[in-house]
Design a protein around this ligand. Structure first.
Ligand SMILES: [Fe+2]
Length: 260
């Protein structure tokens, strides 16, 4: 069994190094800190629902906690979370955790799976060359991360604070035609095409097609994620059709597997 406490202790002390003189973190880093703890919880939950043994559940929990470690040096060195204008925070986190030695007490397979999870959690798609033994953990953390970001964005929208979270995206504006076309044709769209909050929500909706596990789809349905996004989008036929596709997709894969 892996001593989760040691990892938590390391994480606390690592993130503490980025605190200001008064001991607090910049608000955006505090947000990443809390996101990390919640993703750890989501990852643990998915692993349990999948019926994983306790060592794998802990592995998922550790991965969730460490997946965004790269955000801290990224923000310190570049003042942004925008990877395209700074650094790939998955790569930076992978490098940071590798060098830290925090996972050295693990057997190699576990350590590599966690490191691969950190490295590939933020890639648009899972690259074909990933070690097959790491694939389950890579998929799991990608799901857990998305589940929390869905919640986070909705919460900030509900509280009228979305500008704090997404300062680069104009709050109003039409849905971009190119984005709709890309989504309708391929089910995917890129952030470079996002020019309004509605665009962003549509791209976020397309994440549903990237989820991997039954319990993740179930979580989406339980939290009414698709409906909450739908309420904030114009009721145009193109938009409606993408929403229905996402809902149908989530329903068809939402199965609770393993022990509750
Ligand atoms: Fe991330």
């Amino acid at each position: 069994m892996m001593p989760m406490n040691e990892v938590q202790e390391w994480f606390r002390s690592f993130t503490g190094e980025f605190a200001k003189d008064d001991g607090s973190l910049e608000p955006l880093l505090a947000l990443k800190l809390h996101h990390s703890y919640r993703v750890s919880g989501e990852a643990e939950r998915i692993a349990r629902k999948l019926g994983y043994d306790s060592a794998l559940v802990t592995q998922a929990e550790v991965l969730g906690l460490l997946h965004d470690v790269g955000r801290f040096p990224q923000y310190r060195d570049f003042g942004t979370f925008y990877d395209a204008a700074s650094v790939d925070h998955g790569e930076l986190g992978w490098e940071t955790v590798s060098k830290s030695g925090v996972l050295q007490f693990l057997e190699e397979g576990s350590r590599l799976a966690i490191l691969d999870g950190i490295r590939y959690h933020n890639k648009k798609e899972i690259p074909p060359g990933v070690r097959p033994e790491s694939l389950d953990m890579v998929r799991l953390v990608r799901d857990a991360d998305k589940l929390d970001v869905f919640e986070l964005v909705q919460r900030y929208l509900e509280e009228g604070r979305i500008r704090e979270l997404l300062p680069r995206i104009p709050e109003t504006g039409k849905i971009s035609g190119d984005l709709l076309k890309a989504l309708a044709e391929t089910g995917r769209a890129s952030y470079s095409q996002v020019a309004s909050m509605a665009d962003f929500l549509l791209v976020q909706l397309s994440w549903v097609f990237d989820l991997n596990y039954g319990p993740s789809f179930q979580r989406i349905l339980d939290r009414r994620v698709i409906e909450r996004i739908e309420n904030r989008l114009p009721a145009e036929p193109c938009v409606r059709s993408i929403i229905e596709k996402a809902r149908g997709y989530a329903r068809s894969f939402a199965v609770e597997r393993g022990r509750p």
